[in-house]
Design a protein around this ligand. Structure first.
Ligand SMILES: *[C@@H]1O[C@H](CO)[C@@H](O)[C@H](O)[C@H]1NC(C)=O
Ligand SMILES: *[C@@H]1O[C@H](CO)[C@@H](O)[C@H](O)[C@H]1NC(C)=O
Length: 376
């Protein structure tokens, strides 16, 4: 029995080795699978119709890089696009579009949907805010899509193990909307805080399912700082100057909230690493990577005030955000140079900002352990 196992292991490693050698210029990852929300969606919500967020289907969304709306909630590429480019992989197609395009799914697929939550829609229905949701395709639905298409990626367990060893799984960012919907509906920080452990344990459950399905390289991103978002800054203003961070102009309390989410996430990831020592479980510090440009906008090519003011929106400085006159709706205005702004529409960031975050993850210290060098 034991020798049969050893034999099997040897065979498996030979199979994996052979396909390694077949690649002339080995890349750290040969495919990417992504789950999450608008920070990662490359077109799923738009393909669903985006009835609650029709702006994403029109210019100026996409104007900088694609020159047309691509279904991304930005003027151009997202963090996930820069990661794919860094590994020489094609930009990830949205899952809901692959049938129509006949795309080679073995290089990766994106299951993220803008507006998606970690917790299921029933949770928000119970809070009487279910009608705010842009989509019902929460994390469980996205995992179901992945399981459904797994058979077109690999068949036997051995084949899947070899294949997934060279895949990067990105679990998020997800969870931000679980907080955004209640905050936008008027809930206080104290009321939203109890959701954090629920959201984090949902993300952990999803990560665990992926590992059980064969994922080995898993990147789990944290939140982007809500307190620096033009939407939060304009919707939750304070008369007390000490509520603002003097260095960045961001709201301290909402940044403390996203820090709290990140702390819980990091702790849970540590527990997950102990349970799955064979896996490479990485935390992606989106918050840390973005605080660099909120602290020193000019260093990243952003205008004074351009880190927190939305490029596209209405109301003018300092935030240029109005929830009922969103970017792309009549009366909204567009800045001349999106790359001099970090905030695109008040909630989502510009391609320039996403590029700086991706750079901090790929080449900088904001992924731990580092994103490059997957497990051999
Ligand atoms: C989510 O599902 C509910 C119940 O089936 C439905 O009423 C609602 O329109 C759906 N929301 C979206 C955005 O599809
Ligand atoms: C936001 O836009 C709406 C619709 O144009 C307008 O009625 C409202 O006054 C604006 N709010 C602010 C604070 O400017």
């Amino acid at each position: 029995m034991k020798s049969a196992m050893v034999f099997l292991l040897v065979v498996v490693s030979i199979i994996c080795l052979v396909s390694d050698e077949a690649v002339a210029f080995p890349r750290p990852y040969e495919s990417i699978f992504s789950f999450g929300d608008s920070l990662a969606d490359t077109g799923n919500l738009a393909l669903e119709g985006a009835q609650k967020f029709p702006s994403v289907k029109n210019l100026p969304y996409g104007e900088t890089f694609f020159m047309h709306p691509s279904g991304r909630c930005s003027d151009g590429r997202l963090i996930i696009d820069f990661i794919a480019e860094a590994f020489g992989l094609p930009l990830l197609p949205p899952y809901l579009g692959i049938a129509a395009t006949g795309y080679d799914v073995r290089k990766g697929v994106n299951f993220a949907v803008a507006g998606a939550t970690a917790l299921g829609p029933e949770f928000f229905n119970a809070m009487s805010i279910g009608s705010l949701l842009w989509t019902n395709d929460s994390l469980d639905v996205q995992l179901g899509w992945f399981k459904k298409m797994k058979s077109s990626l690999c068949t036997t367990k051995q084949e899947c193990d070899c294949y997934f060893k060279k895949s990067l799984f990105i679990m998020g960012e997800i969870g931000g909307n679980d907080y955004n919907y209640p905050f936008f509906a008027g809930a206080s920080i104290a009321q939203v805080q109890p959701l954090v452990p629920l959201v984090v344990s949902k993300i952990m459950g999803a990560a665990e399912i992926l590992i059980e399905e064969g994922a080995v390289n898993l990147l789990v991103p944290g939140a982007i700082p809500f307190g620096c978002s033009a939407a939060y800054l304009s919707m939750f203003p304070s008369r007390n100057p000490s509520d603002y961070d003097p260095e960045t102009g961001c709201l301290k309390s909402y940044n403390a909230f996203t820090d709290y989410h990140d702390q819980q996430l990091r702790q849970s990831l540590q527990a997950l690493r102990l349970r799955y020592p064979h896996a490479r479980i990485m935390f992606g510090d989106y918050g840390g990577a973005s605080m660099r440009f909120y602290r020193a906008p000019a260093l990243y090519g952003f205008n004074i005030g351009g880190a927190i003011e939305a490029c596209c929106g209405s109301g003018g400085p300092p935030y240029n955000f109005n929830l009922s006159q969103w970017c792309g709706t009549p009366g909204s205005t567009l800045c001349g140079l999106p790359r001099t702004f970090a905030s695109w529409d008040g909630v989502h960031l510009t391609e320039a900002a996403y590029g700086h975050i991706a750079d901090g993850l790929i080449h900088g210290p904001f992924t731990s352990p580092p994103l490059l060098s997957p497990k051999p």
